[in-house]
Design a protein around this ligand. Sequence first.
Ligand SMILES: NC(=O)c1ccc[n+]([C@@H]2O[C@H](COP(=O)([O-])OP(=O)(O)OC[C@H]3O[C@@H](n4cnc5c(N)ncnc54)[C@H](OP(=O)(O)O)[C@@H]3O)[C@@H](O)[C@H]2O)c1
Length: 266
Amino acid sequence: MTTTPPNSLTHDQIRNFSPSPNCLDGKTILVTGAGDGIGQEVAMTYVKYGATVLLLGRTTSKLETVSDDITQAGGQPPAVITMDLETASQAEMQDLASRIEQDYGKIDGLLHNAGILGDITPLAEYDLSTFERVMRINFTSNFMLTQALLPLLKRSDNGSVIFTTSSVGSKPRALWGAYALSKQGVEGMSEIFTQETAKTTENKDTNLRFNCINPGGTRTDMRAKAYPDENPSRLKTPADIMAGYVCLMSDASIDVRGQVVDLQPK
Ligand SMILES: NC(=O)c1ccc[n+]([C@@H]2O[C@H](COP(=O)([O-])OP(=O)(O)OC[C@H]3O[C@@H](n4cnc5c(N)ncnc54)[C@H](OP(=O)(O)O)[C@@H]3O)[C@@H](O)[C@H]2O)c1
């Protein structure tokens, strides 16, 4: 991964970021998987710090509940985008980009958060259709959505794309199969986009940056599915890990590029 530039933030500074109250003012940010778990908390937190959010997920009722909560708390009313990332086509993503362009003109942030666990089983026995579902939702859709939104992200003064990885993305582990491979792929994708958008004498047109967050073990449905015998009260809640998510979307992190930030290092 790209090394931290000398004037940039350390990972400790990102994890322990103290956001100023309006640090996301004026930013339009799309969050995938915004109806539940970490994504729901991130969406509400981004609004709290001044952003307008676009809530993308596959279950409209969950997204509408988050939208109502945001509006009732006095935040900018969010857009609700029902999209199943397993089946959405490139044409549907292009159509989404056109609608965002019409309504907002640009986009300042994109958090790829939606994901599924798949099976915890040896690769030798891994079911192909589950493997393909996991790869499509956790990995391929990140590529498709980023590609579709790239022109709008480049219009932002300081655009930020965050991918979501996991400990098994940086270090694959037996039995974690497609999930681990999808997260490895996501880390590679972030690095490639980072290199391809680097400011050089030939390419001066964007400040867009790409980074990965590994939230670490967090109290959500996915974690409970992965570790059914664990006592969830020992885990951090999504609310406990928001500082890193805010930091990497705010202009405090404009020099942070190509990093994989572990929010709960051991
Ligand atoms: N929790 C942890 O301990 C942990 C640790 C490391 C990494 N992560 C990563 O953090 C991210 C969030 O995880 P989480 O724990 O918050 O999981 P979660 O509670 O299961 O939430 C996942 C979200 O993704 C959405 N989603 C799933 N499939 C989708 C699809 N086909 N199209 C659109 N949206 C879809 C879900 O929508 P529905 O609710 O409608 O199904 C849900 O909103 C994931 O990328 C995960 O891999 C989590």
